[in-house]
Every structure is written in structure tokens, then in C-alpha cells.
Design a protein around this ligand. Structure first.
Ligand SMILES: Cc1cc2nc3c(=O)[nH]c(=O)nc-3n(C[C@H](O)[C@H](O)[C@H](O)COP(=O)(O)OP(=O)(O)OC[C@H]3O[C@@H](n4cnc5c(N)ncnc54)[C@H](O)[C@@H]3O)c2cc1C
Length: 319
């Protein structure tokens, strides 16, 4: 789905003819918050870097991004535009609007291939590729995602504080989310969308905190301009809500890290160490692709750390 203000992936690529034969110190796959932060640190370290981005950040549908100091309440596009303008100031940084399909390990580092078939050589590789949320097959869910169907109370909970709120979850996630969200509202109902799998102990605890549990199967989310109005159930009844929290499943946005051999954790994240190194030497990962701590601030922090650590490794290789 094309989102206003974000690059159209079908657009012709820019500048790629000029840079194809160059050997980069670092290629960063993914040029959103985390990739740009890594790029800034590396630009300031005078490193030739190519940032390749397909223009599809996970928060593109959300109208306002919160909880990132100095940028609270700005649109995702405003934050990205400012970030990109600042990274662009460093003359060793180049950008390419493209989708990296795959790549290989070479004697001197790595070779990455974009969708046109063109390849780029680099000593080190950074994955700042993010994750892709899988929208459940409930009509209305995808439309409201990031607007009134929410993934994180720290990002959007303040705006819907004290309002009639639902949680769409079952199992451990249901209990964890219910206790978390009770911090923002007393008017909370858990919708398990089928028989609850909570333990008796968990049910008693939720009841003690006046959190209702509704097990009726959901037909659709009724919405107006992407703002949820009612949960419509298969039995014909409905429940009004102002906000609904959910934690949909996800996949890595790019399969390239796994294909290259980077170990993936049981939870589905790229395995990294404290220096953002993956299990493949010379390959780093930063941002959402390796953490549950899903915020712009954390993605930027990890990107900055990655830039510093990659530069340190490059110095150690040469010194
Ligand atoms: C709906 C929603 C709302 C959110 N709201 C907030 C909020 O209010 N505040 C907050 O702090 N956080 C918020 N977050 C979390 C925040 O958006 C993420 O933590 C952040 O975007 C992670 O940054 P990232 O750079 O790791 O990944 P992303 O921002 O997802 O960017 C990944 C980039 O990599 C590119 N890419 C992927 N694969 C390839 C490839 N093969 N080739 C080229 N490019 C590739 C993508 O196109 C994309 O541009 C929200 C998340 C969601 C889903």
C-alpha cells in the first residue's frame, strides 16, 4: 500500500550507475532510523558508506511518532527527512533507493545485489532492515494499525489515556499486555477472540483489577477514517472501543541476513552480541530486527553503537 510522503518503490533508482564499481567500507541495508544513525556515525568517521533503502519503514502509517526526545509528536516522515538531510551533509555517504535482494561473502568482504541485478562491494555489512508485522485477517485491523490499533503504550498510550480500551490477545501476551495497559486506563477489556487460554490465577488477577474478558469470536473492526469505533462479533453483538492494543506476529523484513547465515533467535530476531555483531564476522545488525524494545530512540541508539563498532573493527583490520 502506497503511503503519502514515502518513496514509491517503483520509481527509477538514483545515481546507481556512478557508484556500482566502487569498493565501500560499509554498505548499510535499510535507511530508516537505525540505518541513518549508523550512517551518521560512520560519515563522521570519514568512511565511504552506501545506504540502500527500499522506503518502507514499519511506522509509516502512524500519524504522529512519540517518545523520541526533541522529535515528540512529529510525523515519521518529518523525523526521517530531517535525519536524512543531516546524514547527507557527510560527503562520504551515498544513498540509493533500491531493494537489496541478496548477497554473498567474498574474499575482501561482501557483495550485495539489488533488484536490478547490480552489485556493490563492501568490507562490512550492516543490516538495519527492521521487521514486517503480519496483519491478522480481521477486516479493519490493517486500516487502523498505528492509528487506533496500537502496538505500544509508550508510543501512543498517552493520547488515549483513560479511554475505553480493548486488548486483542490470548495466552501469556494477553496477561502481560492487560497488566501493562492498566497503567493508562481503568476502562479495559480483554478480547481473546475465541476461548481464553489464561490460567485461573491470571483470570482472578484480571478480575481483581476489573479487567473484563470477552471470548466471543471477532468478525471485524468497525472504523471511520482508520479510527476504531466498535468491535463487531460473529454472533452479531458489538463493543465500542476508542483504542485496541495488539501484538501481531512478525517476520524479518529482509530474508537476506538469514540467507547469508546470520543466526536467528527462537523469537525471530537476528542474534547479536553487545557490540551489535551478528554471528557472521563483519556483519552487524541494528534496530527492530534484533530487539523487542521497539522504539525510534532505541533504533537510533543501536544504529549509533553499530557505527562506532564497525568503525572500530575497520581500524583494527588496518592498524
Ligand atoms: C505502527 C507503529 C507505530 C509506531 N510508533 C512509534 C512511536 O510513536 N514512537 C516510537 O518511538 N516508535 C514507534 N514505533 C516503533 C518504531 O517505528 C521502530 O522501532 C523503528 O521504526 C525501527 O527503526 P528501524 O530503522 O530498525 O526499522 P524501520 O523503521 O522499520 O526501517 C527499516 C528500513 O529498512 C528498509 N529495508 C528492509 N529490507 C530492505 C532491503 N532488503 N533492501 C533495502 N531496504 C530494506 C525498509 O524499507 C525500511 O525503510 C512504531 C512502530 C509501528 C509498527
Amino acid at each position: 500500500m502506497a503511503i503519502e510522503g514515502f518513496p514509491d518503490n517503483t520509481k527509477p533508482l538514483t545515481n546507481h550507475k556512478m557508484i556500482q564499481d566502487k569498493q565501500y567500507d560499509v554498505v548499510i541495508v535499510g535507511g530508516s532510523y537505525s540505518g541513518l544513525a549508523a550512517g551518521m556515525a560512520l560519515g563522521r568517521a570519514l568512511r565511504p558508506v552506501l545506504i540502500i533503502d527500499s522506503g518502507n519503514p514499519c511506522n509509516k502509517q502512524t500519524p504522529h511518532s512519540h517518545n523520541f526526545l526533541t522529535n515528540d509528536g512529529k510525523t515519521p516522515k518529518e523525523i526521517l527527512t530531517l535525519a536524512k538531510d543531516q546524514v547527507r551533509m557527510y560527503e562520504t555517504i551515498e544513498f540509493l533507493d533500491a531493494l537489496v535482494l541478496h548477497g554473498i561473502k567474498t574474499e575482501s568482504g561482501f557483495e550485495v545485489r539489488i533488484q536490478t541485478g547490480e552489485t556493490f562491494s563492501t568490507k562490512k555489512l550492516v543490516f538495519a532492515t527492521g521487521i514486517r508485522d503480519i496483519m491478522p485477517e480481521i477486516p479493519g485491523f490493517a486500516e487502523c494499525w498505528g492509528i487506533s490499533v496500537l502496538h505500544c503504550p509508550y508510543c501512543h498510550g498517552y493520547e488515549v489515556r483513560h479511554q475505553k480500551t480493548g486488548i486483542l490477545a490470548n495466552d501469556e501476551t494477553a496477561f502481560e499486555l492487560s497488566s501493562l495497559i492498566s497503567n493508562w486506563t481503568n476502562d479495559l477489556t480483554l478480547y481473546t477472540n475465541g476461548p481464553s487460554t489464561l490460567t485461573m490465577q491470571q483470570v482472578e488477577k484480571l478480575q481483581k483489577h476489573k479487567i473484563n474478558i470477552v471470548e466471543t469470536v471477532i468478525e471485524q473492526l468497525e472504523q471511520e477514517d482508520r479510527y476504531i469505533k466498535n468491535i463487531i462479533f460473529k454472533d452479531g453483538t458489538k463493543a465500542p472501543v476508542k483504542a485496541l492494543y495488539a501484538r501481531p506476529s512478525f517476520v524479518q523484513h529482509s530474508s537476506f541476513p538469514e540467507v547469508l547465515g546470520c543466526e536467528i533467535t527462537n523469537e525471530g530476531y537476528i542474534k547479536i552480541d553487545a557490540s551489535q555483531r551478528t554471528t557472521i564476522t563483519g556483519v552487524y545488525a541494528c534496530g527492530d530486527n534484533n530487539t523487542r524494545m521497539r522504539t525510534v530512540a532505541n533504533a537510533v541508539s543501536m544504529g549509533t553503537t553499530t557505527g562506532l563498532m564497525v568503525n572500530k573493527e575497520l581500524i583494527e583490520d588496518q592498524f
